[in-house]
Ligand binder design. Structure first.
Ligand SMILES: *Cc1c(COP(=O)(O)O)cnc(C)c1O
Length: 361
């Protein structure tokens, strides 16, 4: 069976070698006589899997020891609510940079619990750039500042982090986790839905500085309190066992086959350049984002003609390049080229785009 090149924004393509290991171990995980899917999460065998996943994540991301790693459920979207419940508990104020739909959703959810401030926004130009903000823009006594580090829908990313002083910076890294090194110590908290770059859907990873845990509002449900999960090593209830196992395999792939996040970044930069260079030279296809803010992971582009866009998406799918339709709020196309997308996939896509342009002049 031929595998397609899957440009889905999420859930998304996984490294083939990871899928092969999972297939090999499906019926009998390392002599245990069971699938990881069937295993008690309290068993010794499973305990080793979740511990190894955390250890690998700490190693690969260089997570300082005063940060907890939590393996949760509910998606990044649940974090939009957990963040204010747990952290909007001093002044009750928080600052937001609205760089797209996800950032806006985080803002809206916080606004239900406290004073959420929009400090910057790129809504005026359909979120096609990262808006600048200055130190004096921030609320001095805010409980946190929130950014969406990579904007999955619009294809922008922060290349410079804001200086927030003592105010904890919170980053949504759902669509850029593990794509390049990130200085965890610059953040109070990072979080990601795993289904873009870390594994399958069902797992949400939270990396949070220890001093930020334990101040949740009284109304916070037990399951939404970071302390509950921190105190129980993500085993307060049944964790998303199988997704954590696949995440562990993805981390092993990054560590052993790729050679770490510096190498991952280099590969991702090369891969993205193949597509961006073509977009910059094409008469038909155009990128939609300001060059300096271009994402390495999500590349939106348009022809400027909706019918032609639709024709392209259809013909591309028939040729084995699937999920290239842009988000419904932007239209056009979007190629999500996460870690697991091989560079050949992008090279072949570009060759297909060139031929399409030639044939549709
Ligand atoms: C996909 C995505 C989300 C939503 O994630 P869910 O796990 O579906 O809740 C939030 N933020 C960003 C940046 C995303 O890419």
């Amino acid at each position: 069976m031929a595998r397609v090149y899957n440009f889905s924004a999420g859930p998304s393509t996984l490294p083939e070698s990871v899928l092969r290991i999972a297939a090999d171990e499906m019926l009998d995980y390392q002599g245990s006589g069971q699938s990881v899917m069937e295993m008690s999460h309290r068993s010794k065998t499973y305990d080793a899997i979740i511990k190894e996943c955390e250890a690998l994540l700490r190693e690969v991301m260089n997570i300082p020891s005063n940060y907890k790693v939590l393996f949760l459920q509910g998606g990044a979207s649940s974090q939009f609510g957990m963040i204010p419940l747990n952290l909007m508990n001093g002044s009750g104020k928080a600052d937001f940079n609205i760089t797209g739909q996800w950032a806006n959703k985080a803002y809206q959810e916080s606004a239900r619990y406290g004073e959420a401030h929009i400090v910057a926004s790129s809504k005026d130009k359909t979120f096609s750039y990262i808006p600048a903000w200055k130190a004096e823009d921030f609320t001095e006594d805010a409980d946190f500042v929130h950014i969406c580090v990579n904007n999955t829908i619009y294809g922008t990313r922060f290349t410079e982090l804001p200086e927030t002083g003592n105010v904890p910076l919170i980053g949504d890294i759902s669509s850029c986790a593990l794509s390049e090194p990130i200085d965890v110590s610059k953040f109070g908290m990072l979080y990601a839905g795993a289904q873009k770059n870390m594994g399958p859907a069902g797992l949400t990873v939270v990396i949070i500085r220890e001093d930020l845990i334990g101040n949740a509002r009284d109304i916070t449900p037990t399951m939404f309190n970071y302390k509950t999960h921190a105190d129980n090593d993500s085993m307060f209830n049944t964790p998303p066992c199988y997704a954590i196992y696949i995440c562990k395999l993805v981390l092993e792939w990054i560590k052993n086959e790729i050679g770490g996040l510096e190498n991952m970044k280099e590969i991702n930069e090369k891969k993205a350049a193949v597509l961006y260079d073509f977009l910059d030279s094409s008469e038909m296809f155009k990128g939609t984002v300001e060059k300096k803010d271009r994402s390495l992971m999500n590349v939106p582009f348009v022809t400027g003609n909706e019918e032609l866009d639709a024709k392209f998406v259809k013909e591309a799918a028939a040729a084995g390049f699937i999920n290239l339709k842009g988000h419904r709020s932007v239209g056009g196309m979007r190629a999500s080229i996460y870690n697991a997308m091989p560079i050949e996939g992008v090279e072949k896509l570009v060759a297909f785009m060139k031929a399409f342009e030639e044939n549709n002049k």
